[in-house]
Design a protein around this ligand. Structure first.
Ligand SMILES: [Zn+2]
Length: 428
């Protein structure tokens, strides 16, 4: 046996992950120029998008130039494909060069290259503590959708061994984990929790019979309380990533878990969903991305997810910006008095008041004036409601950036599922 493996430092690609800002800008501009020219020449759908916006490919030479192009949302990809199935002119290589074709909900057909060139998920694995020689059980679905296949190839690219178990079969998954001495988990946090609970019910010792060292979780929100619980039950490290099946990895946590680093080889923008204008650090907007995949180049692809980024340095030494967290979906955003309100802000407000259990922001309109209400249920009825109301109302302008009124509801009034933001305004 060799000594303990260092899972907390190092890089998948040290030079590219630690570029200084001007080297990074030059690198991304070069990649962008390349992919824009390639997509315009070879993918008719992109030619249409450029021509429709009156933009010549040679006028997109820097990341800043991207603002001239519209954001292409997933719903638009579905429409483009419908007109000329399967790919609607979005693929930039001859079809015979593809390795696989996936079918994601939408429906949207995903072209998949013969061998995955992209190393963004491999960067994510390394940052999350995976090392060559690890044996990783992949519990995402291998059918129809490309995600598990991408992870599978990326794991092997890092020098790990894949155990492609797919979804479900909890007991069988546990038996495989034990027999094969799987030490890395890839899947949703909720499935890992289900595995932990079932394993204990079956009499397994989570630290002795199952030897997980690292976990890569995605596709779901990861509450810190759940991460803490799973890390301590299995005695493992769990790090999360963010991305979409269409465009791949857009962010991953490092050991310091203070946001999700952009991979070095993708352009991630946070944009105003209404205008496509790029936003700065700390400003909430839609995540849009441009990847350099020559088979399926997506340029200013709108994910529909809301987030914000930080450019503060990270102790890990990676110099890419970080998505701080995903705060909701674009279709859940409401604009009130010129300000966006998103579900994450309702969560932030509620978090400051442990007395509050269920909550909802309600927006109404009367006499051409908008009003905001924070309606909530309380854990107990024996609190000083007047004082609590005043405290929450003082906090509202700080968190929501708007003043509003607090209303208490009887317990059980908000029945799941309900919207965190309920916009009841009627526009005539
Ligand atoms: Zn970091």
């Amino acid at each position: 046996m060799s000594g303990p493996i260092d899972r907390t430092t190092g890089y998948f690609h040290a030079e590219l992950e630690r570029m200084d800002p001007s080297t990074r800008a030059a690198y991304l501009n070069r990649q962008l120029t390349d992919i824009v020219d390639h997509a315009y020449r070879n993918a008719p759908a992109f030619r249409d998008i450029f021509d429709g916006a009156g933009v010549k490919p040679e006028s997109i030479r820097t990341v800043d130039d991207l603002e001239r192009l519209p954001i292409t949302e997933k719903t638009q990809l579905v429409e483009i494909q419908k007109k000329s199935p399967p790919f609607g002119g979005l693929v930039a290589v001859p079809l015979k060069e593809l390795g696989r074709i996936f079918a994601s909900p939408g429906p949207i057909y995903e072209p998949y290259e013969l061998h995955l060139e992209d190393d963004r998920w491999s960067q994510a694995f390394f940052a999350g503590g995976f090392r060559a020689g690890d044996i990783g059980q992949i519990t995402f679905s291998y059918h129809m959708v490309p995600f598990a296949m991408m992870l599978d190839e990326s794991l092997i690219k890092l020098g790990c061994i894949s155990v492609p178990t797919g979804v479900g079969n909890t007991e069988l998954q546990l038996a495989i984990m034990k027999d094969v001495r799987v030490n890395a988990y890839l899947g949703t946090p909720s499935f890992l929790l289900a595995l932990a609970d079932r394993a204990e019910a079956l009499g397994y010792d989570l630290r002795k019979d199952i030897k997980l060292d690292v976990g890569f979780v995605a596709a779901e929100m990861l509450p810190e309380s759940l991460r803490d619980q799973l890390e301590s039950r299995f005695d493992m490290l769990i790090r999360q990533s963010y991305g979409t099946a269409d465009i791949g990895c857009l962010g991953f946590e490092c050991y310091h878990k203070n946001g999700m680093h952009y991979p070095y080889n993708v352009i991630v923008e946070i944009v105003d969903p209404a205008t496509g204008r790029r936003l700065g650090p700390g400003e909430v907007g839609e995540v849009a991305a441009t990847c350099f995949n020559r088979t399926y180049p997506l340029i200013r692809f709108g994910t529909g997810d809301l987030s914000y980024y930080t450019d503060e340095p990270c102790p890990c030494g990676r110099t890419t910006h970080r998505l701080v967290r995903i705060v909701g979906r674009v279709d859940q955003v409401t604009k009130v008095k010129g300000m966006f309100i998103h579900p994450g802000q309702a969560d932030d407000l509620a978090k400051k008041f442990p007395e509050v259990t269920q909550y909802q922001v309600v927006v109404t309109r009367a006499d051409h004036k908008d009003s905001i209400f924070f309606t909530c249920e309380l854990a107990a009825e024996d609190v000083d409601k007047e004082a609590l109301k005043a405290r929450i109302e003082d906090e509202m302008p700080l968190v929501l950036r708007l003043r509003g009124e607090v209303q208490f509801l009887p317990a059980g009034s908000l029945k799941s599922p309900f919207k965190k933001i309920d916009d009841r305004r009627v526009w005539d």
